[in-house]
Write a protein of this length. Structure first.
Length: 94
């Protein structure tokens, strides 16, 4: 399954129809005009039903990459990078 196939499937199951995909970044367009950012990332969890992809909320992507061996970041670096994203989102009122 490709990233695009995974995103199309996930969107269909989730009921979202208006979205864009730019690399790993998925931007869902909400009815109120806002957006919701997620990341379509490889997954190597090995759990039953996993098709090799995961839809990860913005601000959790670095930890997911660390868990799945997709980055050279240490645990602390991945958590710190995600914390910066969360802090920026709070500052924007999200």
């Amino acid at each position: 399954m490709t990233r695009e196939e995974f995103v199309d499937s996930w969107m269909g199951l989730s009921g979202f129809t208006d979205y864009s995909l730019d690399g790993e970044v998925v931007t869902l367009k909400l009815d109120d005009g806002g957006t919701w950012t997620k990341h379509a990332l490889e997954c190597h969890c090995g759990e039953e039903g996993c098709n090799g992809w995961a839809m990860i909320p913005d601000g959790n992507q670095n930890f997911h990459k660390y868990q799945n061996g997709l980055t050279d970041m240490t645990y602390q670096e991945a958590c710190a990078a995600d914390a910066v994203i969360h802090k920026a989102r709070r500052a924007q009122g999200e």
